[in-house]
Design a protein around this ligand. Sequence first.
Ligand code: LLP
Length: 424
Amino acid sequence: MHHFQYKNGELHAEGVAVTDIAESVGTPFYCYSTATFARHFNVLSEAFGGTDHLICYALKANSNQAVLATMANLGAGMDVVSEGELRRARAVGVPGYKIIFAGVAKTKDEMAYALSENILGFNVESRAELEALSAVAAANGQTARIAIRVNPDVDAKTHAKISTGKSENKFGVPFVDAAELYDLAASLPGIQVTGIHMHIGSQITDLTPFRQAFGLMRSMTLELRERGHNLEHLDLGGGLGVPYSSSNDVPPPPADYAAIVKEELGDLGLKYVLEPGRMIAANAGILVTKVIYTKSSPAKHFTIIDGAMNDLIRPTLYDAEHEIWPVREELRAEPNIIQDLVGPVCETGDYLALDRALPEFREDDLVAFMAAGAYGAVMSSTYNTRLLVPEVLVNGSQFAVVRKRQTYEELIDLDTIPDWIARP
Ligand code: LLP
């Protein structure tokens, strides 16, 4: 459920008309709903009510400072995957003890910085990383709390590019090697074993792979206890999907997910750490674009909009089908033209929708791409020297620009021309 609805014939974000924002900031822009972020966080939190848990929002999904502050005020910790993300979380005041650091390639500098922020834990993905972390921590007289990311070799039944829990994926340590690595970890200076981590993929809409993974997590917990390890938490990863427009994209309710967790792991007496990104942020954001032209070929009808693959790469990269809502409600009555929505980027892969039954759009119509709050703005680029688009946060009847549109000067001035090249 989200807070983008039609009122008086026009799409609104909570109490604000999308056309008012468009007039104020121009198009394209991302628009986020505070109430929707809060709702998703609270639904998940309630599903785990009565358990000892910490929701560490995976800020890779949407790391705007205003969004992070909103999440932090709801009580969220953060799951970060780079020094930059850790700095973002710290910049809005998330305390280190609520931050988990994941990722296969943490450098020693990143480890040292994270240790200086006294973070809750590192999710370690290899023996080499474990040894490096031990060395960095010991050299500074510190102790790194760690979980080992165990790769359970489970098929998450999601898009190949966002499946992480198969043995051919780069993530984690093979299940069969994990117990020995824990023994090594316990023997290293500068390391304290505190948990087990698994994350099998993203946009998962079937609970079966979760159940398989949590079953394996259970047996790993029991084995580690037998070997004398003292665990404090189980990090369940993120990954619950959201409804996009394809019929494959129907996620289970968070309560059903929580029920599986409790069934598989509930009697172990351990704290849960959750790392949701998409299910918190996706439905809380839309990308608003404007129609520039329309044209038809013998094969296709094209609606050409001012948003492009550089603004929202998900359709091109993951075959994602975002729902498309015209900002003027009356257009919804006649979705009778099969068409592609394409942008200005000079690539055939530049589309935001393919072969969709939608209304006949006209120049200057506003078109919203739904569920774009996760992995939207954060994955945007300036390809074709297109400016990063603004992000707007709505809260009730107020809105604020939480990232302004880049200017051409800012973008072009990032480059420098060495002295040896003559100015034409
Ligand atoms: N934890 C770890 C270790 C992860 O790698 C991820 C996502 C998450 C948590 C959050 O997963 P979520 O709850 O959002 O499913 N750009 C892609 C998604 C990439 C996900 C990467 N890892 C997309 O737009 O579909």
